[in-house]
Ligand binder design. Structure first.
Ligand code: TTP
Ligand code: MG
Length: 370
């Protein structure tokens, strides 16, 4: 096992693809919502800060920075209790749109290394880098690079875990939180798991852990002593899960999210319109918004097509879509065709859409352009 700052780049773990061993990275941002607020307002960095609903409206804490954690403030705690524990607490309502945007930027960094990315929440994801050619194939180096890119480009810190499977990678990322990297190599799995309290295993909540403890089972080592057969016969499904995890086994694949196929913007008109000039006026305001949005996903040259969506006063709708390279002026023709389809019906909503390439096509394009 290797802590931050001392990754062993020779990494036996990373050269084990031949034996079918996988390389999984788990990334989890540190105090995510609070970190974004501290980044955007440095005055908040040294004060106890929480994001959540207000105390007098029975709100709860979404998260808090590490200064507030020293007072005992925690996620999901009533804000009123958080105030009691930490009277100087600065409580902010949060800016979900900014967190979502930051999360998208985070995904874009992950996708540079592999398209096998499984997001778990806005701030957390598994990456399967088994076949990634980056960093000479070293998952440890990739995790270090990803953390550096997040720091440099997003101004935020992330913790990372590297291991041969998902459940170990997630446990690893918690080991050096905040701002840390922890690696569990295949030969270290046995020792790491042996001393692990059963309550740390995924799927074992507090109640189940207590039940197991009442039977004298505290750690994975204790459960190993009992033997897999006994575990299954005593605990059924739970026993089956335990029988794998206590030896560090987890076959669950990283399930890459289906990549988005289109990006669109649209607006419902203040009042229905009929003529082409009025429609074009609306569209010319939507175009810069569309361009801003797709630019975050891919360059204009990589788009697969563009289209116009029209919804009529009777709520019927149509989309006129053309494959080919993107040109803003092309929306003129598309609008004209859309209005022909309208057959005189007033328009109540106008939208623009572009077709995105697959992740592989973006990588190919960046190669072609470089
Ligand atoms: P977490 O990753 O669980 O927490 P965190 O990133 O704030 O802190 P840590 O350093 O321990 O990882 O959750 C990510 C974000 O999700 C968090 O910033 C706010 C939100 N969240 C809630 O809104 N409610 C909750 O109960 C939790 C746990 C998180
Ligand atoms: Mg987090």
């Amino acid at each position: 096992m290797t802590a931050a700052g001392a990754p062993n780049h020779a990494a036996g773990a990373d050269s084990s693809t031949d034996s079918g061993m996988r390389k999984i990275i788990h990334i989890d941002m540190d105090c995510f919502f609070a970190a974004v607020e501290m980044r955007d307002n440095p005055a908040l960095r040294e004060v106890p800060l929480a994001i959540g609903g207000s105390a007098d409206r029975r709100g709860v804490i979404s998260t808090c920075n590490y200064v507030a954690r020293r007072f005992g403030v925690r996620s999901a705690m009533p804000s009123a209790l958080a105030r009691k524990l930490c009277p100087p607490l600065v409580l902010l309502p949060g800016r979900m749109a900014v967190y979502k945007e930051t999360s998208r930027q985070l995904q874009a960094i992950f996708l540079r290394y592999t398209d096998r990315v499984e997001p778990l929440s806005l701030d957390e994801a598994y990456l399967d880098v088994t076949d990634s050619p980056h960093c000479g194939g070293s998952a440890t180096l990739m995790a270090a690079e990803i953390r550096a890119a997040i720091a440099l480009e997003l101004g935020l810190t992330a913790s990372a875990g590297v291991a041969p499977n998902k459940f170990l990678a997630k446990l690893a990322s918690e080991q050096r939180k905040p701002d840390g990297l922890f690696v569990i190599r295949p030969r270290e799995v046995d020792e790491f798991v042996r001393q692990l309290p059963l309550g740390k295993l995924p799927g074992i909540g507090r109640k189940t852990a207590q039940r197991l403890e009442s039977l004298g089972l505290y750690s994975c080592e204790d459960a190993r002593q009992l033997g897999n057969e006994e575990l299954v016969s005593r605990f059924g499904k739970l026993g089956e899960m335990l029988a794998g995890r206590i030896w560090g086994h987890d076959e669950q694949p990283v399930q890459a999210q289906r990549t988005r196929k289109t990006i669109g913007v649209e607006t419902t008109l203040a009042s229905d319109v009929l003529d082409e000039a009025a429609c074009w006026e609306v569209l010319s305001r939507l175009i810069p918004e569309l361009e801003l949005r797709f630019a975050r996903a891919c360059p204009a040259e990589a788009l697969m097509g563009q289209g116009i969506k029209l919804k009529f006063a009777d709520f019927q709708q149509t989309t006129v879509y053309r494959k080919g390279s993107y040109q803003a002026a092309r929306f003129h023709d598309l609008l004209h065709e859309g209005l022909l389809r309208a057959q005189g019906k007033p328009i109540r909503l106008l939208g623009l859409v572009v077709g995105l390439p697959g992740a592989g096509e973006i990588n190919q394009l960046s190669l072609d352009l470089s």
